[in-house]
Design a protein around this ligand. Structure first.
Ligand code: SF4
Length: 340
């Protein structure tokens, strides 16, 4: 089976059936996490809304993305979204940073209708100081962004899943539908609209070796930094129903080492220009997430979080563990990204 046909097969299999309306009235998840606004440590309120999800996931989908499992298989009605929002607001404690995700694009009308978008943003206006949402670059248009800027009395931050500035990595290995140039152009439009921008960069897409993956992100940090206010490195974790999982089950993919992430942050911090550089790995230390040997994972993850919050990357220089040698071997001898 070729990678493309694997991609199409998993895209077809993971699409949920249209869900009964009861499910559509409940958001997917909500939690509070540590964050920073400049030098100030704050708490961030994270909300995952249940929508129809990403249109690109239906066409082909990205090789590491299994977010379709959290979607409805149809558009949520405005009433259903209003009820999800009301349930979330009942748990909101005026955290200054709010992040709203939809398992797709907040600015895609098929996922969140314009009136619902304005209602969601307005609900946090005057309470949160910054509100983030994620979208694909084709939806970053003045007529979609400006009403939200006007509805929110604080900073809007728009996150784009750039993943890599290498066109081949992005189109062939990540399977994104737009080239890096479209993400950079969208960041420029956001800047023109007075809106903050954040790029997600993917550490270790499939088909890259461990060392190629490190180089890919460091180069992406250098090339994206002039365009984005913040860069967030997301090490791959293996989600259900993805090409990455297909490879993982066949012994052809190992999630990135935390040592690789440490290297990316240390090197990236020297080429990030004025951008903020952070990483808050999902499933860190678990077999399906970025991990080391098991003995040092907690300590290394804590150091990565602290560096991300403080922007003091020199603290990562002191980390060490016996497994670092094994990682160096993986860097040198894992031509297919297979565990050494
Ligand atoms: S990573 Fe983003 S663009 Fe790709 S399928 Fe998932 S939600 Fe869509």
């Amino acid at each position: 089976m070729t990678p493309e046909s694997v991609g199409r097969a998993v895209a077809r299999d993971r699409r949920p059936d249209p869900t009964p309306s009861g499910e559509a009235r409940r958001y997917v998840n909500q939690w509070v996490e540590p964050e920073a606004l400049g030098t100030e440590r704050v708490r961030a309120f994270v909300l995952i809304l249940r929508t129809r999800g990403c249109y690109w996931a239906d066409v082909k989908g990205c090789s590491m993305c299994g977010y379709s499992k959290d979607t409805l298989g149809r558009s949520a009605t405005p009433e259903e979204l209003a009820e999800q929002l009301a349930r979330a607001l009942a748990r909101y404690r005026d955290e200054p940073y709010v992040k709203v995700y939809t398992s797709g694009s907040f600015l895609d009308d098929r996922e969140v209708a314009p009136a619902s978008r304005a209602a969601i943003v307005s609900a946090f206006s005057g309470r949160a100081r910054r509100l983030l949402f994620e979208t694909l670059p084709e939806f970053v248009r003045p007529e979609l962004v400006t009403p939200l800027r006007e509805a929110f009395a604080g900073e809007l931050e728009v996150a784009l899943g750039l993943e890599s500035t290498d066109p081949t990595v992005l189109s062939r290995f990540v399977n994104k539908g737009s080239p890096p140039s479209e993400y950079l152009a969208a960041a420029r439009r956001l800047s023109d609209l007075g809106t903050r921008s954040k790029a997600y960069l993917l550490l270790k897409p499939p088909y890259l070796t461990e060392s190629e993956a490190v180089s890919d992100v460091v180069r992406s940090v250098r090339e994206a930094a002039p365009h984005f206010d913040a860069l967030s490195v997301n090490p791959v974790h293996i989600q259900n129903g993805t090409v990455v999982e297909w490879l993982y089950h066949r012994g052809r993919y190992r999630p990135p080492w935390l040592w690789s992430l440490v290297d990316v942050l240390r090197e990236g911090s020297t080429v990030r220009a004025g951008s903020r550089l952070v990483s808050f790995p999902t499933a860190g230390g678990l077999p399906r997430g970025p991990h080391n040997c098991g003995n040092c994972d907690t300590r290394v993850l804590a150091a990565i979080e602290e560096a991300s919050l403080s922007q003091e990357f020199s603290r990562l220089d002191d980390l060490d563990c016996a497994c670092r040698e094994e990682w160096r071997t993986a860097l040198a001898y894992a031509p297919l990204g297979v565990e050494a």
